[in-house]
Design a protein around this ligand. Structure first.
Ligand SMILES: [Zn+2]
Length: 304
């Protein structure tokens, strides 16, 4: 009996101490409105919990309830299994724009045109080694032999995006609509024969687009893009060191770009060229040192 009342007394003391402790806490908050705010916040949290519980209060199994919570947290109930969630859209001036403010805007998009000629495979291997995603815009006249087709397959298997750059590197403004259509469609079909899927991106040779081609590309479900800067096709920059400097700074004073075009979302044009291939590793590393990540083309929003 004595032991029991001692225990009860002990519990009482503990409860008393706990109560005193509770009373002290609000005193630490000098501003009473803070306390109120905190209570409101707590209520909101509690309410949302209650809400979840209410929804489940219909005799379902606990496991099913857990599933429901997980599903509620999923932003998109029907995600495309093979396509990453779009994070960026392409602006009218061809740069990547984040779709919401949670997305890192400090990115650049790497694109490599005119392959698979002599340097595409080597360039893809360099980028793969650096874990730097890119789009390779290819031409049909470089996809005639088994060796060329295998290169395309290989770079696709490495995870790079493949873009359509017309069958014959045809300047679209110089041919009639039927020919424009052929130039685009026949290459998409050839690419599909080789890699098992049609290209999602289109870039016109020399960046020359016609209204007809723009519409046709869109109808084909492809995203048309030019670029924001690239210097490897200007004589002064056909040199690995000079090209690296220009691509990493965004400036090319020898072709009158005395200001930097390196900005968040910049769309970088490069080609299957000896000097570009030699510069590629330093370009990627230099851009990373400047705080830029290489955007994943799979996260770019495509036409509906
Ligand atoms: Zn080209």
């Amino acid at each position: 009996m004595k032991k029991c009342s001692m225990t009860l007394m002990g519990i009482f003391v503990i409860l008393l101490l706990a109560a005193c402790n509770d009373n002290e806490e609000p005193d630490e908050l000098s501003d009473p409105s803070n306390t109120e705010q905190e209570e409101v916040n707590n209520e909101e949290i509690t309410n949302s919990d209650d809400h979840t519980e209410e929804e489940m209060d219909d005799g379902e199994e606990e496991e099913e309830q857990a599933d429901e919570i997980v599903q509620e947290e999923e932003p998109d109930p029907e995600p495309e299994p093979e396509t990453a969630q779009p994070l960026y859209e392409l602006s009218e001036s061809w740069n990547l724009v984040p779709l919401n403010d949670q997305v890192n805007e400090q990115v650049v998009l790497l694109t490599i045109d005119d392959g698979p000629d002599e340097h595409t495979l080597e360039m893809a291997k360099t980028l793969k080694e650096l874990e730097a995603p890119a789009i390779f815009f290819v031409n049909g006249h470089f996809l005639q032999t088994d060796e060329q087709k295998n290169i395309l397959k290989e770079i696709h298997d490495m995870g790079f995006a493949i873009g359509n750059h017309t069958y014959n590197h045809q300047r679209l403004s110089e041919v009639d609509e039927d020919t424009q259509k052929q130039e685009i469609l026949e290459l998409s079909e050839l690419i599909e024969d080789i890699i098992g899927e049609t290209p999602k991106f289109f870039r016109a040779p020399n960046g020359v687009n016609t209204d007809y081609a723009k519409q046709f590309v869109k109808d084909q479900g492809m995203l048309l893009m030019n670029w924001t800067y690239g210097y490897d096709y200007f004589e002064p920059y056909m040199d690995a060191e000079k090209l690296t400097e220009a691509m990493v700074t965004g400036e090319a004073p020898e072709v009158d770009v005395n200001y930097s075009l390196l900005k968040p979302g910049a769309n970088l044009l490069m080609h299957d060229r000896k000097w570009t291939s030699a510069a590629l590793e330093d370009i990627v590393k230099g851009l990373r040192e400047k705080g830029y990540k290489m955007a994943d083309p799979n996260t770019i929003k495509l036409p509906e």
